[in-house]
Design a protein around this ligand. Structure first.
Ligand code: NAD
Ligand code: UPG
Length: 330
């Protein structure tokens, strides 16, 4: 299939582009490079510098006979969304609306969307299943839920089928060491802990120690970025084969506290990382752990990297070989 990949120069998008190539598809990237990296784009992939809100995308999709869109492009930081919500409503909600509408006008048949565990808010039952209540505790999660609702309406009324993949915490890097996580500014726990191990930061600050969890710090479900990538290929193939619109969770099914991640990072790196304890970050739920039973049974998804230590090892490999991230920003 010829597939348009928005945000394909970002962290998860760049890993998925490679998975699509390996599966025999032709990805075409659209990225405005607000947060992505040119060096993460394979040299044999067409990459168009463009915003998802640009209405001329209709012509791009028609010209390249795009069958499906994979939509990664977004702002995606929980903390930032609680400080600067307007850019989240604009880039995520308005931008996605314009993209979905362009796809409809171009006759695109399928849509795979990067949703998030943040649509659930504070769960009543863990592991979280797809039919759990949807009450986001932060603006970021709310914007993603609104996009899911748009896709549901477009599917019912215009017949454009979609899969929303609600990922939990993406982590790790391709074991090749060629691509990895490089956000500016970095806000995610694992890269920050590894930056502290590299001496690029004096310490890691734990956000909150009074959550109702075993050690008082937030519990998250960390999933290897390549396992996320393989799920995208399965989801698009499923839609191509006539599968109906639906949502799937994507996680490892295991929860790790912030303290546990820091301890595992100390083991993997062999470095005694300095830790400080701070206040809670606004909008953070205490515990998010996925049930991924649905995607396993419906799509036959089979995660390869089930151990958080292996995830951290791959992330550490990338950080050691690219201590300043991609070269393109220097
Ligand atoms: N990282 C995670 O743990 C995680 C978890 C759940 C969901 N997600 C979702 O997955 C997706 C990818 O996340 P990521 O960590 O790879 O993010 P990222 O910031 O690395 O990648 C996003 C890419 O989209 C591009 N982009 C942003 N706005 C754009 C626009 N208006 N037009 C064109 N390009 C634009 C950026 O330049 C960047 O290359 C996001 O939608 C995010 O919400 C991420
Ligand atoms: O310096 C730090 C950074 C983070 N944390 C904590 O570590 C956990 C993980 O935080 P982070 O890595 O920022 O991820 P989340 O806020 O859980 O959000 C990620 O995971 C969500 C799905 O669960 C996605 O939707 C988001 O896009 C993605 O950023 C949270 O409890 C944070 O409070 C710290 O204690 N100190």
């Amino acid at each position: 299939m010829k597939l348009l990949v928005t945000g394909g120069a970002g962290y998860i998008g760049s890993h998925t582009v490679r998975a699509l190539q390996k599966a025999g598809h032709t990805p075409i990237i659209v990225d405005n490079f607000s947060r992505g990296h040119r060096d993460s784009v394979p040299t044999d992939v067409l990459c168009i510098e463009m915003d998802i809100a640009d209405s001329t995308l209709v012509e791009v999709m028609k010209e390249h006979e795009i069958e499906g869109v994979m939509h990664f492009a977004a702002h995606s930081q929980v903390g930032e969304s609680m400080v600067n919500p307007s850019i989240y409503y604009d880039n995520n909600v308005v931008g996605s609306y314009r993209l979905i509408e362009s796809a409809r006008q171009a006759g695109v048949k399928h849509f795979v969307f990067s949703s998030t565990a943040a649509v659930y808010g504070e769960p009543e039952i863990v592991p979280i299943k797809e039919d759990a209540k949807l009450e986001p505790t932060n603006v970021y999660g709310r914007t993603k839920l609104m996009i899911e609702q748009m896709l549901s309406d477009y599917s019912k009324i215009y017949g454009m089928t979609y899969v929303a993949l609600r990922y939990f915490n993406a982590a790790g890097a391709d074991p090749s060491g060629e691509i990895g996580e490089d956000h500016t500014p970095e806000t995610h726990l694992i890269p920050l802990v590894l930056d502290a191990a590299l001496g690029k930061r004096p310490h890691i600050t734990v956000f909150g120690t009074d959550y109702p969890t075993e050690d008082g710090t937030c519990v998250r479900d960390y999933i290897h970025v390549n396992d996320l990538a393989s799920a995208h290929v399965l989801a698009m193939n499923y839609l191509h084969d006539g599968g109906e619109s639906t949502v799937f969770n994507l996680g490892s099914g295991n929860g790790f506290s912030v303290k546990a991640i820091i301890e595992t990072a100390k083991e993997v790196t062999g470095i005694d990382i300095l830790v400080e304890y701070g206040d809670r970050r606004a909008g953070d739920p205490g515990t998010l752990i996925a049930s991924s039973d649905k995607i396993k049974s419906v799509l036959g998804w089979n995660p390869v990297f089930s151990n958080v230590k292996d995830v951290l090892k791959d992330a550490w490999g990338w950080h050691q070989s690219h201590p300043n991230g991609y070269d393109d920003k220097k």
